[in-house]
Design a protein around this ligand. Structure first.
Ligand code: ZN
Length: 364
């Protein structure tokens, strides 16, 4: 196996931990000796062994003199688990190849330097772009302290999230809805506003297993509700179903707000509603690395206007609703088309008859 194919395999393995490791990154690892793979592993969940340690444990004596490939630089600090560099040296690994330097302030090249000083041959950079794409949310979180925000919506071809009466079941077809549930399984949290809770009373859980065969047990993300004035009903599903934790973000001017056992987070206000930058700071501190925004046009529009969205995932259904239904960006928009928010790295795929457009907001 070539170094490239070994690293490609490490990236593939890393994906298996998706949605389970935050605030840690997903990482995959392959140990190769005499051209033969002697062990493979990935970081399965927060608190569990890192990929390198798990692979070395599986390789046992066969790790001596072997080459270790991993998608991210091995760590060299004591976190929830001891440093991987210790395990690599103890196992007698001769060579380490990794795709991407870990930007975490506690690592940031020191893992590689430590291994080199101990006489291990270190190579880095092969498949770095692919690893950076795989870890885009983690890289953003480490750089900014805030979650990587994916704004997702399903709209008709004429740009409506719902009819004028508020009916939105369903805009998209079953395949696109299954994709949404796949997303909920992999992100750390989902975000909606009070309006969505009032209109739809959503559960915001991952129900993928009800829709198709799944390779691993699914999980539910943290549910975050922005409700500046405390308008949401206490009987709403997100506060009562107990299927996942919910965090209710209210403004500092809101009166007494209680929703059973739900944690209520009181935040500063900006222009009369919860300061969304403060909310993202707090979520980042709590280890939310990737946040899926499923909000209506008011909250999504605010996030877009304030430059807080990194990626847009729009499902466009071949339907026309007409009328004055909500759009993905309600409220104040830009004055001139030249000032429109521009998206890049556009990818278009299909799910049944629906078109899925993924695009990134250029980071300024
Ligand atoms: Zn580690």
């Amino acid at each position: 196996m070539s170094p490239r194919s070994c690293l490609r395999r490490a990236l593939e393995l890393a994906e298996r931990g998706r949605g389970r490791t935050s605030p840690n990154p997903i990482v995959g690892c392959v140990v190769v000796r005499d051209g033969e793979v002697v062990a493979e592993a990935w970081h399965t969940a927060l608190g569990e062994a890192h990929a390198e340690r798990a692979a070395l444990a599986a390789a046992g004596d066969r790790a001596r003199g072997a080459t270790l490939y991993c998608s991210l630089e091995p760590c060299c600090h004591h976190g929830r688990t001891p440093p991987c560099t210790d395990a690599i040296l103890a196992a007698g690994i001769a060579e380490v190849h990794f795709a991407l330097t870990d930007p975490d302030a506690r690592v940031a090249g020191r893992g590689a330097a430590l291994l080199r000083q101990a006489g291990v041959k270190v190579r880095r950079g092969l498949l770095a772009a692919a690893a950076a794409r795989q870890l885009e949310a983690y890289l953003h979180h480490r750089r900014t302290g805030r979650p990587f925000v994916v704004a997702k919506w399903a709209m008709t071809l004429d740009g409506k999230l719902a009819t004028a009466s508020g009916d939105s079941r369903w805009v998209s077809g079953p395949q696109a809805r299954a994709m949404l549930h796949r997303l909920r399984d992999r992100v750390d949290a989902v975000l909606v506003g009070a309006g969505t809770v009032l209109a739809d009373d959503p559960a915001l859980t991952c129900r993928l297993a009800e829709m198709e065969a799944v390779a691993r047990p699914t999980r539910n993300p943290l549910r975050v509700v922005v409700d500046t004035h405390g308008r949401t009903p206490a009987a709403a599903r997100v506060f009562t179903d107990g299927l996942a934790p919910t965090l209710l973000a209210v403004g500092e001017s809101a009166g007494r707000v209680e929703r059973g056992g739900t944690e209520v987070l009181r935040l500063p206000e900006r222009e009369g509603r919860v300061d969304l930058g403060c909310l993202l700071d707090e979520l980042g501190r709590r280890g939310v690395v990737e946040l899926l925004c499923e909000a209506g046009g008011r909250l999504s529009g605010s996030l877009l206007r304030e430059g807080l969205v990194q990626r847009v995932l729009a499902v466009v259904a071949p339907k026309l609703a007409g009328g004055a239904g909500p759009t993905p960006w309600d409220g104040e928009g830009v004055g001139q088309m030249a000032d429109a928010l521009r998206l890049g790295n556009v990818e278009v795929t299909r799910a049944g008859d629906d078109v899925i457009l993924s695009a990134y907001v250029a980071s300024g």
